[in-house]
Design a protein around this ligand. Sequence first.
Ligand SMILES: Nc1ncnc2c1ncn2[C@@H]1O[C@H](COP(=O)(O)OP(=O)(O)O)[C@@H](O)[C@H]1O
Ligand SMILES: [Mg+2]
Length: 260
Amino acid sequence: MLQIQDLSVAYGRRPIIHRLNAGPLAPGRVVSLLGPNGSGKSTLLKAIAGLLKCGGQVVLDGQDLTRQSFERRAQQVVYLPQSLPASVHLRVFESVLVAARASDLSPQAQAVSPERILDVLSRLGIEQLSMRYLDELSGGQKQLVGLAQALIRTPRLLLLDEPLSALDLNYQCHVMDLLRHETQAQGLTTMIVLHDLNMALQHSDDTLLIRAGELVGHGSPETVITTQSLAQVYQVNARVETCSRGLRHVLIDGLCTPAV
Ligand SMILES: Nc1ncnc2c1ncn2[C@@H]1O[C@H](COP(=O)(O)OP(=O)(O)O)[C@@H](O)[C@H]1O
Ligand SMILES: [Mg+2]
């Protein structure tokens, strides 16, 4: 269970997140984090991951993460940044091995088996890349390796910042299906920044909508993603319609006309 209480983050003297409260977010659920550019999505994820100083509390399974050492926190929380993994001259397999060992010094993590690494790669559909060098991969392939590096660490809380941005349509759906499956099977909480509202509607269980560092929507994707909220937050004219298969889809008709 994840609960965010009175979370505030500032860069220098400039406040970005203002006493944000969210949750409780139950384990086994994929939570989409939506909001316009610059609204504070990446800042929020970094603060939850412990990479930025913040006020307030981030409570995971009854423990306040903000009071834990960085090492203890890194065993439970994995954050995949918006930027693609660094182009180091390591083979994909080695880079996943390094990721598994780097955050956790327990004998179990240090002894990660080759089978487990190949299993994660094959679940992501990239086992054929395992002996390729990271610095020779395409952007989308690197993004999938970043996800493998995150999943091998078996976190309790998985924070993914725009993990679909470089992926083709097939891999976008594949990754969202996989994340939902892993999230349910392992009972973790996955928070994922998305720009594609239809992905959020169809592949997430809860949605947080933020604008200028404030939470303006919190609940099921269907209740949060509405004509009104999209006009308020993105200033677009949007319709949310149910298709012939009973799925909800967002259609954008254009920008809202400014009131005269
Ligand atoms: N390292 C930083 N130093 C100062 N301001 C920053 C820094 N990173 C982000 N910001 C500012 O914080 C606000 C929120 O940014 P960010 O969290 O990256 O937004 P989002 O991920 O929603 O696009 C923006 O106004 C951005 O310019
Ligand atoms: Mg961002």
